[in-house]
Design a protein around this ligand. Structure first.
Ligand code: B12
Ligand code: SF4
Length: 661
């Protein structure tokens, strides 16, 4: 462990000449640190105003007055630890603390956890790319849907989970700008700085480590997340620890906290800033799902899968909640505290843990929980459940790999994904299909057939990604051995994000062609299947038709809830979309079919709302389209959250008050 061991706490004398009043104040504090100290008292002793002292103090020492006192006392306590004749409380009193436990509280290191800096959706020298925004859908799913694209951000859940599970004072900075990050490390002292990043952002991580070293030379720097999988990354970064794999346990161990304590689930809304068709989506309590993180990793271990590789590969994964009972407890807590009834389940293969899922179902049935679950699942695992089980478990949205007609991957073998998707949709389960472009068997001759096969699934959303060997995976190692990687050391990975070009020499596809193939896939899907909002309405309506009179109240109520926006919002959106595609008869007819079905089943309300609100949405669509054409991009806001901060009482307590510890 590398914590700062300063002799002259917080002083920046090395950098500039220290004003005499600050120097006097620091001396006064050192001499009287075992007494009660206040700003007013010290200011009086050095004969300046408290406000002026407070301001100058921070400027010169880099820490505020209260923290300076705490650190001075801590140093004193550390020195006294060498005296074997002194007991804990005696050391604490002598140093100016009220008790040994208070001394311990103040002793805890201060931690900064941060994601990489933005802006993200623009080309720059730090490795940001316009084509690689910090958005899930607009990055890799609906990117060619123009004003119909779903725009939304997701927080950095990994560091949020770590923050929620350590006892040390922790500050979390999510999506800072470069300047905001710099301001944070210039103006605050941290003992540990943890940076999270994925491989395309390695240059940002590099810059951030360098800046932390420069401005906080005594801080311990830790880097985690997928960027850690780049081979020999330690040699490239000015870093003390690179953590590959799970971070909660690592941090707890590093800090000397109990590793085996149950994992506390943070309260996270799954998406933020959501908008589509130029309209912000509702943020009302209950409308946005909570993120639920039951585990990390996936034991199936497909050779290209970086998430599986990161947490141990084939046969391995890490469960945060082993049983259905534990998971149910967490979900109930999130339901109560966040007023949610839907969960975005961030687990690579949630249904694979069958025993846990079925126990969860039992508890949901027992306690009448009508929750909606949005899950990732491989096709074969989905197939291993009956449709009744899936519906009863509240599975209402599935992210599923469709890797291509002749896939060699076991997760798909023997599975007819076309019929699986149809079955799911006919039960109101919306599907986000994921296809990979540029599999080794793809050629310029057969790529259209592969794309057409993907598009024929007509999933609600379709993610297309380029086949990409990612550091840490078996596939990457294979290519490295074969000598087919373009950048074997991953030094320049800013464009290796799966949405632009290959990072290896493809056996059949000449370099450069893949970008066009990828775009072709997105464009075909949009041209044939239309905007995702229309497909969502279609499948949601199918679910409602099938289940809104279901004898089980729990099931009935979920489908009614999921269809709550069909009559007004969706019908208006479809009305606007129909007008938008007026010149494209095939798409217009698709939209018409769904809209008429809504009218038929949801009646007068829908018929009235559609043209009224539809006109407004059409206007917004036009505006959004204009903004996009003018180059508008979307950036996440910066988040700044502190936990377990010591109170002033921890620092400036009265000394010499005996306690009975
Ligand atoms: C949510 C998500 C996003 C979100 C938001 C991410 C954010 N706010 O940073 C969005 C949708 C915006 C996104 C975007 C992208 N993503 Co993404 N994303 C994910 C996803 C699905 C979940 C991540 C997650 O929260 N997991 C759950 C948490 C608990 O796990 P975790 O993050 O791994 O954190 C744990 C450990 O890694 C570790 N840890 C993490 N950070 C730190 C820090 C320290 C200091 C320590 C000690 C430990 C530590 O401890 C945590 C707890 O155990 C993953 C896939 C996955 N299942 O992990 C892909 C994934 C991370 N994304 C990936 C990619 C490639 C991208 C994109 C480039 C998009 C694309 N084209 O695919 C963009 C990049 C955008 C950008 N400009 O940077 C890849 C990364 C591959 C790689 N090797 O780098 C992944 C693995 C998907 C994949 N299999 O390809 N993503
Ligand atoms: S099934 Fe999906 S999550 Fe699991 S290893 Fe394969 S690609 Fe990764």
């Amino acid at each position: 462990m590398r914590f700062p061991q300063q002799t002259n706490v917080g002083s920046r004398e090395g950098n500039r000449v220290e004003p005499v009043d600050v120097w006097k104040a620091r001396n006064f504090i050192h001499e009287h640190s075992d007494e009660e100290l206040s700003l007013t008292q010290v200011a009086k002793a050095v004969d300046i105003s408290p406000n002026h002292l407070s301001e100058k103090f921070k400027q010169v020492t880099g820490v505020n007055f209260v923290e300076y006192i705490a650190r001075t006392r801590l140093e004193k306590a550390r020195g006294l630890l060498h005296n074997p004749n002194l007991r804990g409380n005696e050391i604490a009193f002598a140093a100016g603390f009220q008790s040994w436990s208070q001394c311990n509280r103040a002793e805890r290191p201060h931690i900064l956890l941060t994601s990489v800096f933005g802006p993200f959706a623009q080309d720059d020298d730090h490795g940001s790319r316009a084509i690689n925004p910090m958005e899930l859908y607009h990055n890799q799913v609906t990117r060619v849907q123009g004003p119909f694209s779903l725009r939304m951000f997701h927080r950095s859940w990994g560091i949020m989970l770590i923050q929620a599970n350590i006892e040390a004072p922790c500050t979390l900075l999510d999506f800072p700008t470069f300047d905001r990050f710099l301001e944070e490390i210039r103006n605050n002292r941290y003992d540990i700085v943890g940076i999270t990043g994925i491989t395309p952002n390695v240059r940002k991580v590099e810059t951030m480590c360098r800046l932390v070293r420069e401005h906080q030379p005594l801080a311990t720097i830790v880097v985690g997340g997928h960027v850690a999988n780049i081979a020999n990354i330690e040699d490239r970064l000015e870093v003390d620890h690179v953590v590959r794999g799970e971070g909660v346990r690592w941090f707890r161990r590093f800090l000397g906290e109990d590793e085996n304590k149950p994992v506390r689930h943070p309260h996270i809304y799954s998406g933020l800033g959501a908008r589509t068709m130029g309209i912000p989506l509702s943020k009302k309590p209950g409308e946005v799902a909570a993120t639920l993180i039951p585990s990390v990793g996936c034991p199936l271990g497909c050779n290209f899968c970086s998430t599986s590789a990161m947490f141990g590969g084939k046969g391995r994964f890490i469960n945060f909640y082993d049983t259905g009972d534990e998971l149910f407890g967490v979900m109930r807590e999130l339901e109560r505290d966040m007023k949610v009834r839907s969960f975005f389940v961030m687990d690579e293969n949630f249904l694979l843990h069958r025993k846990r899922a079925l126990r969860l179902l039992e508890l949901m049935q027992e306690q009448g929980k009508s929750w909606s679950l949005y899950v990732f699942s491989s096709a074969n695992v989905l197939r291993s459940y009956t449709i009744e089980q899936l519906v009863s478990l509240g599975i209402s949205w599935v992210w599923m790999g469709l890797e291509g007609k002749n896939s060699k991957y076991t997760k798909l073998s023997g599975t007819d994904t076309l019929s699986l998707v149809r079955t799911l949709q006919s039960h109101g389960i919306r599907v986000l299909g994921s296809s990979i472009i540029g599999m080794e068997e793809h050629t310029p001759e057969n790529i259209d057939e592969a794309i057409a096969h993907s598009v024929s699934h007509d999933t609600e959303f379709h993610q297309f990604m380029l086949y990409t060997p990612v550091p840490g995976t078996a596939l990457f190692a294979e290519h490295r051995t074969r000598g087919t990687l373009l950048d074997p050391e991953s030094r320049n990975t800013a464009d290796t994000h799966g949405q632009l070009k290959f990072n290896f020499r493809h056996p059949n596809i000449p370099a450069g062609m893949e970008s066009e193939f990828l775009l072709r896939a997105f464009t075909n899907d949009f041209a044939v299947n239309g905007p995702s909002v229309v497909r969502m309405a279609r499948t949601t309506l199918q679910g409602w038709k099938r289940y809104h009179n279901h004898p089980d109240k729990r099931i009935r109520s979920r489908f009614i809830w999921e269809a709550r926006n069909l009559a007004v919002t969706y019908s208006a959106a479809l009305w606007a979309a129909r007008r938008w595609f007026g010149e494209q008869p095939a798409l217009r007819q698709r939209i018409d079919t769904v809209l008429r079905d809504i009218y038929r089943h949801l009646g007068l309300r829908a018929r009235i709302a559609a043209p009224l609100a539809g006109r407004y949405i059409h206007r917004q669509l036009r505006r959004e389209d204009e903004s996009l054409r003018a180059g508008w991009t979307y950036e996440p806001p910066t988040f700044y959250e502190k936990t377990n901060q010591p109170t002033a009482r921890d620092y400036c307590a009265l000394p010499n008050v005996p306690t009975n510890r």
